[in-house]
Design a protein around this ligand. Structure first.
Ligand SMILES: Cc1ncc(COP(=O)(O)O)c(C=O)c1O
Length: 278
């Protein structure tokens, strides 16, 4: 049986879900997206994802009135695709809609709304043993705070990681660590947790927010300041965080080992507290 997906108010078999080649999402990557995780049928931080979506839409001036209906759309996708007893994700994309190809934003067009559910297991082996990461110059634009579907730089950079047998690519802009291609980045040095401050250069990650809450609750000192490229190699621990990555330790950066090539104590503690919340 094919997946049931959601497109513009309808639930359809995936093969019946069709959009126009003149959709601005296709022509210009003129759209935004979200990915939320469901642990055994329960959404994790759903409101945070919706608030971020609302902000992304408003930053690029897409009007979509039915945001409050998304909770039941996602729930229905999880149920209809029999994922209530699994770890699942819901992908949602909203593009500005279909119009002849013009650069300005056309008025009075209907946004295209597409969503589907997919099985998203926790990557136990990676969570347990950690991953290798590589670094690369952050070649993305200056509005990384918008969760835009324009992800070509991210896919090019992640592909590079895959070619180097690495699990992520940490991005460096002007000598400073921003984030990774689809994850937030944390470093630990002498018991203090560091991460890039919120700005136009990073996505305001929901997992990032949860980790900061965990640190605050448990008295772990945090400094929201960017890690320099030089400091990166001298960290005791590195965490790669995201809806898919959850709280994954990085134990190697390029050819250099981090800490003693094992996930560190603070990473373990944050992982434990994170999974208590999910
Ligand atoms: C560039 C980038 N940074 C960070 C994240 C992590 O965000 P979240 O924790 O909300 O999944 C993502 C997730 O897709 C991302 O694409």
């Amino acid at each position: 049986m094919s997946d049931i997906v959601y497109l513009n108010g309808k639930y359809l078999g995936r093969e019946d879900a069709k959009i126009s080649p003149d959709d601005r999402g296709f022509l210009f990557a003129d759209g935004v997206y979200e990915v939320a995780k469901y642990y055994y049928g329960k959404p994790f931080r759903f409101d945070d994802h919706i608030n971020r979506l609302q902000r992304s839409l408003s930053e690029i001036g897409i009007e979509y009135a039915d945001i409050s209906g998304l909770f039941s759309v996602f729930k229905k996708l999880i149920e209809a695709n029999k994922m209530v007893d699994k770890h699942a994700g819901v992908y949602l994309q909203i593009s500005r809609g279909t119009y002849k190809r013009v650069h300005h934003f056309p008025e009075d067009i209907q946004a295209t709304v597409y969503a589907y559910a997919f099985v998203l297991p926790s990557f136990t082996e990676k969570l347990e043993n950690g991953i290798k990461v590589i670094t690369n110059e952050d070649i993305r634009w200056h509005r990384c705070d918008i969760k835009s579907v324009s992800l070509l730089p991210n896919t090019m950079l992640f592909n590079k990681a895959v070619e180097h047998n690495a699990g992520e690519c940490i991005l460096i802009r002007d000598g400073l660590v921003t984030e990774a291609t689809h994850s937030s980045v944390f470093g630990v040095k002498d018991g203090i947790v560091y991460t890039h401050p919120l700005s136009n250069l990073i996505l305001p990650g929901i997992t990032r927010k949860v980790i900061l809450e965990i640190c605050s609750t448990h008295g772990i000192e945090v400094q929201e300041r960017a890690i320099t490229e030089k400091e990166l190699y001298e960290l005791d621990e590195i965490i790669i965080a995201g809806t898919g990555s959850e709280v994954t330790p990085a134990i190697q950066v390029n050819d250099r080992y981090i800490g003693n090539n094992k996930p560190g104590k603070i990473t373990r503690f944050i992982q434990e507290k994170f999974f208590e919340l999910t």
